[in-house]
Design a binder for this molecule. Structure first.
Ligand code: PLP
Length: 429
């Protein structure tokens, strides 16, 4: 596959943009590769500037669910553009979007829109601290909640639960109040809760999506909910990925959990920059202008982004069978790839749920950060490159989830499964 124009453009980009990219994973650094440049996207496909076509399993890291350039969505956005791109004043569509999200998520009574998932989680933590008057927070090892300083942490090596900055520029004092537990290990949460009295919130991706897809074990989320209730801690569900992906109403609907605050993003903007956080009335009323927790945004509730998101949510509500379709297709990919892995003796574990999945090159069950890390990174790199050369774009990192859209039809799924067989065969030789 010739990618000369992309290679040249990347060289140029590197001279003027850090690493050539506006978000690190796009640089293909984790797979020792060079990114391609997209000229356009349509349905399940991306088309690069060299004329290559890729079946897309990145789907803007989960933001796209209908497929690229969906005609209905494009028409709605064009209408919105004609009516102005930003007002700095209220408009009816933001009320309609909030209403629609609130109807889908019984745990949300009031909702505030932001411009990104990062803003949503950052604001949710500020709110939790403001509401409870407590300072500590708990997150899970390997979880990603955006790039706010106090969430850019991982577990420290010496004292397991004390966290350390995960990025230069994040000060120890920024993460001093962030404690790190292990996903699917309720004892690790208990240990922190017993030692640290002053916990405002526990933030969790109810289905992990940032160390590959990892499902919660039976009762893990329920126990988390109980710990929070018993100790006056707010439970924050980060459903930026899972929000309208795993079902209409998110992971909390599937698992029957009632978090205090929910963070959303990606799908609710239909491919435009959007985030949201919402929750119980009493808590959300602490947000400015009602309460003393400040939160704002020039472009928050942007009319174009909101109308795009609204279009997608309306579609999903009217076509709930979409989720059955996405589930069936993910299950099929999981079953077939497991068969190929056995046939070609590839160490392989695959996790997935409606519209998202991850294959790990390990024999271990993957249920936490440690087991996810046991995936063979070099093998993922080979897999990624072979797939890309077959015309299929998987995430350029072993720890990003793969996403399906409703434009991934029978033909695309069959093509993917065939490619898996060929690539696994090559990996085994
Ligand atoms: C679970 C989760 N939370 C928060 C974020 C941050 O969202 P954004 O990139 O829109 O700031 C992400 C981004 O991938 C995410 O996956």
């Amino acid at each position: 596959m010739n990618r000369e124009k992309s290679y040249k453009l990347f060289e140029r980009a590197k001279k003027i943009i850090p690493g050539g990219v506006n978000s690190p994973v796009r640089s293909f650094i984790s797979v020792n590769g060079t990114p391609f440049y997209v000229e356009k996207a349509k349905g399940a496909y991306l088309f690069d500037i060299d004329g290559n076509r890729y079946l897309d399993y990145v789907a803007s890291f989960g933001a796209i669910i209908l497929g690229h350039a969906d005609p209905g969505l494009v028409a709605e956005v064009k209408k919105a553009l004609d009516e102005g791109t930003s007002y700095g004043a209220c408009h009816p569509y933001e009320v309609e979007l909030a209403q629609r999200i609130i109807s889908a998520f019984p745990s949300i009574e009031l909702l505030r829109l932001t411009n990104s998932g990062t803003e949503a989680t950052m604001s949710a933590i500020r709110l939790a601290r403001g509401f409870t008057g407590r300072k500590n927070i708990v997150k899970f090892r390997g979880a990603y909640h955006g790039h706010a300083d106090f969430l850019l942490t991982s577990g420290g090596s010496g004292m397991a639960e004390m966290s350390q900055p995960e990025s230069r520029g994040v000060l120890e004092e920024h993460v001093r109040n962030t404690f790190v537990a292990d996903f699917n290990n309720i004892d690790s949460v208990w240990r922190i809760v017993k030692q640290q009295r002053d916990i405002a919130a526990i933030i969790v991706e109810p289905i992990m999506g940032n160390m590959g897809v990892i499902l919660p074990k039976a009762n893990f989320l329920r126990e988390l909910e109980s710990i929070c209730k018993e100790n006056g801690i707010l439970l924050i569900f980060d459903e930026v990925i899972t929000g309208f992906r795993v079902t209409y109403g998110g992971a909390q609907t599937i698992f029957g959990i009632d978090p205090h605050i929910t963070c959303l993003g990606k799908i609710i903007g239909g491919g435009f920059p959007v985030g949201a956080f919402g929750g119980k009335r009493e808590i959300m009323e602490c947000i400015s202008p009602l309460g003393g927790v400040y939160q704002a945004g020039t472009l928050s509730g942007n009319p174009v982004a909101v109308r795009a998101g609204l279009y997608v949510l309306k579609y999903l509500e009217e076509h709930k069978e979409a989720y059955t379709y996405l589930s069936e297709k993910v299950n099929l990919i999981m079953e077939e790839t497991e068969k190929f892995a056995k046939r070609y003796r590839i160490p392989y574990t695959v996790n997935g749920i409606c519209g998202m999945f991850s294959g790990f090159f390990t024999e271990r069950e993957v249920d936490d950060y440690e087991s996810a890390k046991s995936s063979d990174r070099r093998m993922y790199e080979k897999f990624f490159k072979l797939m890309l050369d077959s015309g299929i774009f998987f995430p350029p990192s072993p720890f990003e989830a793969s996403f399906l859209t409703l434009s991934h039809g029978e033909e695309e799924i069959a093509f993917t499964i065939e490619a898996y067989e060929k690539v696994f065969k090559r990996l085994s030789s």
